[in-house]
Design a protein around this ligand. Structure first.
Ligand SMILES: NC(=O)c1ccc[n+]([C@@H]2O[C@H](COP(=O)([O-])OP(=O)(O)OC[C@H]3O[C@@H](n4cnc5c(N)ncnc54)[C@H](OP(=O)(O)O)[C@@H]3O)[C@@H](O)[C@H]2O)c1
Length: 215
């Protein structure tokens, strides 16, 4: 699959590296073309650099937005993929100091991106874990593949992003429409708060068999 990546930072390289290794054609488009070139060089075979974000948006059957949340709408407005393409939103609209949502009281960031790129199929994914987790090959912990929640309205788009998650060695979990993406963004802010406090966020949830009142 052709995967365009807008940005050339940590998430771009982590996920791009996995997809290039899995045999996908990965192309970076960054505002600084030398950084896109450095990212492509670091990944080696299967990765290339394009001249700018718009070229990456044009290139990808799927396009990963790997830029800061406070920039992403502006970037998408200037570099929107053609209608029908899949737009992967991994951004976290979270204020660094307070760990609150910068989108509070309004649409989720994923919904804002969808509004900025009409006709594309936005899927919220890969935002819940640190970039170092996405670099793990594979992201399996205690024998259990990492589950990756996916929120999006278009079934085929969610399935496509699910395949990209599976190619990391993770377990894709369709988790509802784009109207659920805000909950995923808030969950991430909440989990980061626990992790920053040194708590095991995974431990706050019971096993599935006990989740609905059994036992
Ligand atoms: N890091 C994580 O562990 C992690 C985990 C989950 C989700 N996320 C989300 O993933 C996204 C990317 O995070 P990251 O850690 O990869 O950030 P990063 O390493 O700082 O990389 C950000 C990239 O965005 C580019 N960028 C910044 N402002 C831009 C603008 N106005 N126009 C075009 N490009 C711009 C940067 O270009 P320059 O190099 O030129 O500045 C860089 O290529 C964020 O939304 C973040 O919330 C991050």
């Amino acid at each position: 699959m052709r995967v365009g990546i807008i940005g050339a930072g940590s998430m771009a390289r982590a996920l791009g590296g996995q997809w290039a290794r899995a045999g996908h054609e990965v192309a970076f488009g960054a505002r600084d073309a030398t950084r896109a070139a450095a990212a492509a060089r670091q990944l080696g075979e299967g990765a290339r650099a394009l001249e700018d974000p718009a070229a990456a948006a044009e290139f990808g059957e799927a396009v990963l937005l790997a830029v800061p949340a406070d920039q992403v709408e502006r970037v998408v407005a200037r570099a929107a993929p053609p209608a029908g393409r899949v737009l992967i939103d991994c951004t976290n609209p979270i204020a660094g100091g307070t760990l609150t949502l910068t989108t509070a009281g309004g649409p989720s960031m994923a919904e804002r991106i969808a509004a900025a790129a009409p006709g594309t199929h936005v899927v919220k994914a890969f935002n819940l874990c640190h970039e170092s987790v996405w670099r793990r090959t594979p992201p399996v912990f205690d024998g259990r593949p990492l589950a990756v929640p996916l929120c999006g309205d278009d079934r085929a788009a969610v399935a496509l992003v699910g395949r990209l998650a599976a190619h990391l060695g993770a377990d894709p979990v369709p988790a509802g429409g784009l109207d659920r993406a805000g909950l995923l963004e808030a969950t991430t802010a909440f989990m980061i708060g626990l992790w920053f406090a040194g708590r095991d966020a995974q431990a706050v949830l019971p096993p599935l068999a006990y989740a609905g009142g059994a036992g």
